[in-house]
Write a protein of this length. Structure first.
Length: 419
């Protein structure tokens, strides 16, 4: 009986990766600690050598000055003594005789005085030299610290660019393989993963937009065709209208979800947009609904130009106005819409009358599908995404929204955007 040959074994896996260089020994790696140690140690050594050299030169000059003779003999037989530094031992000029003990005492006094003068001169010049070296050391240390920390500035600038939704930026730090380069490489890897994740999210949003809108559009078309038939029974027409309203609500929900997903990212393409114009267009769109509910819209809209996306900013004003009109009092209600510039920022102010809102429920209003005292759907006033979209769009433009209860009922909404 013939035996089947054994399958060939795979070649052994290499124990080293040829794509990556072998790591150097830890104590040979040019880390930041070693570089800073060598840098500042060398600076202290050079400063010490310079200071010792200056002190040596000053001391040599002081010793040379201190070695000058205290007096000199100017005549031979009858000895006459003259001294520029010690007038006390000068006897010839006054024509007086000086005793030997007094002469010796005067010499000792002059020696002490000359030594003290040399020490004072050495101390003053040493202090000046130390001050000059301190200024040079601080300037040199500041320059070297800036050079060593320059990669951190590059990392910071890249992080700020990424915060503006420019995920294509990379640090690509060159230089020695130290902690800063390791940090930059790790940051680049993180940006690569983030860019892939955001790209996949954008692709998913686009595909979902198409896949979700198409069947809803088909359903709406079929229902409209059915309702256009004059011979259809009343019961079927009523059912068709109910299904059409449900389909419209589903379309609004899909549009809101897609807009919420898109607005969570930063706005890359920005154009000048006047909040006053945006608010006026929103007022025109809700004017008919406000009249039907007996709600008066008022306010002063001053020019407030910001950099952003006009469609998304109009969505902010429209959602706030729709909420303010729909959640209002049955009679004599009003909505106030103001725009202005405050402290260098553009502000959209929307206040309305309405039911009393507890302060502890304010944060819940900005959560998706959350309404006042109702957790999920069950209201015909909307799909529960209005304020969530407002907050996401405001954040995408670098701003924020703040809400607070109004005395007597209703809410005060304030959207602040950078100019």
């Amino acid at each position: 009986m013939a035996t089947t040959p054994a399958p060939p074994q795979a070649p052994p896996k290499p124990t080293w990766d040829p794509r990556r260089p072998q790591p150097v020994l830890p104590w040979l790696r040019p880390t930041i600690r070693i570089r800073l140690t060598l840098l500042y140690g060398g600076m202290f050594l050079i400063a010490g050598i310079l200071l010792l050299s200056i002190i040596y030169l000053l001391a040599a000059q002081a010793i040379s000055t201190g070695n000058q003779p205290l007096f000199k003999i100017i005549e031979g037989v009858n000895i006459k003594v003259s001294s520029d530094n010690c007038p006390a031992i000068t006897s010839a000029s006054a024509g007086t005789q000086i005793q030997i003990p007094d002469f010796n005492a005067a010499i000792a006094q002059c020696v002490d005085r000359q030594r003290q003068a040399a020490l004072d001169d050495l101390l003053s010049r040493s202090l000046l030299a130390l001050l000059g070296l301190a200024v040079i050391a601080f300037a040199f240390g500041y320059a070297m610290a800036g050079r060593v920390l320059s990669p951190l500035g590059r990392i910071t600038r890249t992080a700020r660019a990424v915060a503006g939704s420019d995920l294509s930026r990379r640090i690509e730090l060159d230089g020695p393989d130290d902690e800063l380069k390791e940090l930059a490489d790790t940051f680049d890897d993180m940006l690569e993963r983030l860019q892939r994740a955001f790209t996949a999210q954008q692709r998913f949003v686009g595909n979902a937009s198409h896949e979700l809108r198409t069947p809803l559009a088909i359903n709406r078309t079929l229902l409209e065709v059915h309702l256009s038939d004059p011979g259809a029974p009343v019961e079927l027409q009523q059912l068709g209208k109910t299904l059409l309203a449900t389909n419209e609500r589903s379309e609004q929900l899909v549009e809101g979800l897609l807009l919420l997903a898109r607005s969570d990212n930063q706005i890359v393409e920005r154009k000048p947009v006047d909040l006053a114009e945006v608010a006026s267009q929103a007022v025109d769109q809700v004017h008919a609904e406000a009249e039907a509910k007996g709600v008066t819209i008022r306010g002063v809209r001053k020019p407030a130009v910001v950099q952003g996306n006009g469609v998304l900013l109009e969505r902010i004003a429209l959602n706030l106005l729709q909420n303010a009109v729909r959640y209002n009092v049955p009679e004599d209600g009003w909505v106030e819409v103001n725009t202005e510039i405050q402290h260098g920022q553009a502000v959209l102010y929307v206040a309305n009358t309405g039911p009393v809102v507890p302060a502890y429920e304010i944060d819940n209003l900005f959560e998706p599908f959350r309404r006042l005292r109702t957790e999920r759907t069950g209201s015909d006033k909307g799909v529960g995404l209005g304020l969530s979209i407002v907050r996401s769009v405001a954040r995408a433009h670098g701003g924020y929204i703040a809400a607070q209860p109004r005395e007597g009922g209703g809410l005060v909404m304030r959207v602040t955007l950078p100019v």
